[in-house]
Design a protein around this ligand. Structure first.
Ligand SMILES: Nc1ncnc2c1ncn2[C@@H]1O[C@H](COP(=O)(O)OP(=O)(O)OP(=O)(O)O)[C@@H](O)[C@H]1O
Ligand SMILES: [Mg+2]
Length: 252
């Protein structure tokens, strides 16, 4: 469900990094993105084109040098529990159980008391029921990825930043978690920015696929995926969308 006006607005975003010998490396140049409440947007583009850099900016972990980045009309200047980040590597606390890993952010933000029931809810939603008392070394990689997602979602973020969270998983586990992500989107209507190298994943999950150019990353295409859910990965419409994205990624 996509509603209302643009909530997240990135205009003319430029971010560069300066090396020790003073050489400027442009990561993003004049990148633009407007996202509505409840919209799932996939960002896809060649390695090094600034996708993770952009997610870090939206998370408030880094600052823009040029351009403006606002959420709900306010400039993004610092991290906020409202904007949750799921990193590529599941970053679990090895000394905490699954349950305590999921609850960690609630405790750190002093909202555990009121939101305690959300912990079990997220564990169930991510298919981790029965593993509440397990430690990270006792669960599979796919389960660890799900715990990492639950850890972020339990905070009920309004913006969810997913940086290739499923890239290390096998195709089957990946498909299971993709459906869990869709269930979550259907229930909570967050903004989701999903970085992925997997065109099928982008077309399966998102309302729009934004294609970035090779570094410095800028907008190349914005492809609307208006297929109803659940999507059939082998339908002609689905395959046509995959081709459209693939064509936009053909930079030669
Ligand atoms: N902290 C940093 N210091 C210096 N250079 C950086 C820093 N972070 C990113 N870069 C550079 O900025 C460019 C964009 O990096 P970024 O990680 O955003 O790419 P990406 O699109 O996420 O790539 P990938 O698909 O490989 O994850 C790269 O050339 C990278 O080397
Ligand atoms: Mg990256």
């Amino acid at each position: 469900m996509v509603t209302g006006e643009h909530k997240l607005i990135a205009e003319h975003i430029t971010r560069w990094f300066t090396s020790e010998d003073g050489v400027r490396l442009m990561a993003l140049e004049d990148f633009n993105l407007k996202v509505n409440q409840g919209e799932v947007v996939a960002l896809i583009g060649p390695s090094g084109c600034g996708k993770s850099t952009f997610l870090r900016l939206v998370a408030g972990l880094d600052e823009v040098q040029e351009g403006t980045l606002t959420y709900d009309g306010q400039p993004i200047t610092a991290p906020d529990p409202n904007r949750g980040f799921v990193f590529q590597q599941a970053n679990l606390y090895p000394w905490l159980t699954v349950e305590k890993n999921v609850a960690f952010g609630l405790k750190a933000n002093k909202v555990y008391k009121e939101k305690k029931p959300r912990v079990q809810e997220m564990i169930d939603l991510m298919g981790l029921t029965g593993f509440e008392k397990s430690y990270p070394h006792q669960i599979s990689g796919g389960m660890a990825a799900r715990v990492a997602i639950a850890q972020t979602l339990v905070m009920d973020p309004e913006v969810i930043l997913l940086d290739e969270p499923l890239s290390a998983l096998d195709a089957f586990t990946r498909a299971v978690i993709q459906d869990e992500i869709l269930k979550m989107v259907d229930r909570f209507h967050p903004i989701v920015l999903l970085v992925t190298h997997d065109i099928e994943e982008a077309v399966y999950l998102s309302d729009r696929v934004v294609v970035l150019s090779p570094r410095p990353g800028t907008n190349v295409a914005d492809i609307k995926i208006d297929l109803p859910h659940p999507r059939d990965r082998i339908s002609p419409e689905f395959i046509a969308k995959r081709h459209e994205v693939l064509d936009a990624l053909d930079f030669e």
